[in-house]
Ligand binder design. Structure first.
Ligand code: NAD
Ligand code: UGA
Length: 458
């Protein structure tokens, strides 16, 4: 069958897989291929057990795979046969050399650019889907323009704004699609090609365009603003705990101001996920590079408050449990960095587990979707850790429960049943404020919410 467009995506991760599945689903006349260097990831995409858990994803992959959506390890063939190439490889924080711990590690990105140049036999549109520092497109263009024959490349920036756990919904109904391009004839033509793809299901007024550098920067700034709201409310949660104010009430009152808005004002044990910290540190590094030290310090404080919030959670557990956790069993309800995903990258649960183990506590981890990743995260960590699927069994014999992920299933558990099997005094530390605190207190628990007065039996 002859397809209207042939689209390739390099990188079959949390972004590449769902994004391409959505394009294939919404655009049956297009052939979409997703390639990756990791053969086991590709095998999983081709199986009934997809490598990532996302509500609704199974259905759209099943509807398209083998028809107009293909997963493959043939990167060379993919580049040769497709004229529109999304690049969605990982761009983690650099762990070595200059900028270690802050700058983006662009090695995977650059390798991809060189592969595109090496295998291209015709002109291509190359689309930055990964989150990248401003001016990365320039480096991409420079690499690609060491070109042979008449092959030419147009680089576009098209950052992805989906959130994990709601990826399918976000892709189907995005707040906006942003496309940055060079102001040249071929740049504008390439942009139109990409606009046409999205216009198959996204209203035109939601597809916005900008210069390429604004597009790259807007992605990082969006994440920085979102993370800043969480650090702002978390900072105030510490003050609430000292003053008997209630963070949920404060958040509601503040968020009802339509200029502020109510979203992303839930106090928590801290934000996690593979991107917020990395992207803010990237922004900080960029500001430092341009000697904007005050600006860099401002944004770095968002990450510092996030760290503080996690450490505060641990110290609260320690001090309220008689200043010793040694030998105590603590059950973690949730290990994923947020609900509705199995992803644990940068999850506060990792730091909290490490700190609890340092205090010589015994840890029992339960999570509906993230136990496989949690086990991998705990590899090599010293101390007693066990993994139990059933939250009731996980809490048996424990001195405390720490709620770290806002899974719905934890909201309405039978806490009387749980309390009865725990060691007394039994405590609950609610790092997500999702359970009925008064009810748990009445059952007999000492309850420590986030940003609200503790409810304790003296
Ligand atoms: P990921 O680690 O899940 O996936 C990246 C994939 O790229 C991996 O499977 C890896 O094997 C593959 N890869 C690396 N180098 C390759 C190469 N040379 N050739 C082929 N494949 C290669 O990462 P992700 O979460 O999908 O994130 C990708 C990018 O998207 C990052 O820049 C991230 O900041 C950004 N982003 C992520 C999210 C999210 O929710 N995870 C949302 C928006 C933007
Ligand atoms: C975030 C952004 O929301 C996406 O727009 C962006 O595309 C993505 O990062 C990215 O670039 O990777 P994600 O990290 O998947 O998406 O999930 P969020 O819903 O943003 O949650 C991030 C963290 O903040 C989670 O740990 C969550 O529990 C926490 N959070 C969120 C709070 O603690 N309080 C809130 O009010 C909201």
């Amino acid at each position: 069958m002859k397809f209207k467009k042939n689209i390739l995506c390099i990188g079959a991760g949390y972004v590449g897989g769902p994004t391409m599945a959505m394009i294939a689903y919404k655009c049956p006349p297009y052939r979409v291929t997703v390639v990756d260097i990791n053969p086991s990831r590709i095998a999983e995409w081709n199986s009934d057990d997809l490598p990532i858990y996302e509500p609704g994803l199974d259905e759209i992959v099943k509807a398209t795979r083998g028809k107009n959506l293909f997963f493959s390890t043939d990167i060379e063939g993919g580049i040769r046969d497709n004229d529109i190439i999304f690049v969605s490889v990982n761009t983690p924080t650099k762990t070595f050399g200059a900028g270690a711990g802050m700058a983006a590690d662009l090695q995977y990105w650059e390798k991809t650019a060189r592969q595109i140049l090496q295998y291209s036999e015709s002109s291509k549109i190359v689309i930055e889907k990964s989150t990248l520092p401003v001016k990365t497109a320039l480096a991409m263009e420079k690499i690609l323009n060491y070109t042979k024959n008449s092959v030419s490349f147009d680089v576009l920036s098209n950052p992805e704004f989906l959130a994990e756990g709601s990826a399918v919904k976000d892709l189907e109904n995005p707040d906006r699609i942003l496309i940055g391009c060079r102001d040249t004839k071929s740049g504008l033509a390439a942009r139109e090609t990409l606009v046409e793809i999205y216009a198959n299901w996204v209203p035109r007024e939601k597809i916005i365009t900008s210069n390429i550098w604004s597009s790259e920067l807007s992605k990082i700034v969006s994440n920085a603003f979102l993370a800043q709201r969480i650090s702002s409310i978390n900072a105030i949660s510490a003050l609430c705990e000292k003053t008997d104010a209630d963070i949920t009430e404060v958040s509601k009152a503040v968020g009802m101001d339509s200029r502020i808005g109510s979203k992303f004002l839930s106090a928590s044990v801290g934000f996690g996920g593979s991107c917020f910290k990395k992207d803010i540190l990237n922004l900080v590094y960029l500001c430092q590079h341009y000697s904007l030290h005050e600006v860099a310090d401002y944004w770095e404080s968002v990450v510092r408050i996030n760290q503080y919030q996690q450490e505060r959670f641990i110290l609260n557990m320690l001090t309220t449990m008689f200043n010793t956790l040694a030998g105590k069993r603590i059950c973690l309800f949730g290990f994923a960095f947020k609900a509705n995903t199995g992803d644990t990258r940068e999850s506060p649960a990792i730091y909290i587990t490490r700190r609890l183990l340092e205090e010589k506590a015994e840890i029992v981890i339960t999570d509906p979707k993230a136990l496989k990743n949690a086990k991998a995260d705990m590899t090599g960590m010293e101390g007693k850790v066990s993994f139990v699927e059933d939250p009731y069994k996980a809490a048996e014999g424990c001195h405390a429960i720490a709620i770290l992920t806002e899974w719905d299933v934890y909201r309405n558990l039978d806490f009387q049943k749980i309390y009865d099997t725990m060691t007394k005094p039994a405590s609950i530390f609610d790092g997500r404020n999702i359970i009925d605190h008064k009810r748990c207190f009445d059952i007999g628990f000492n309850v420590y919410p986030t940003g609200k007065p503790a409810l304790t039996h003296s």
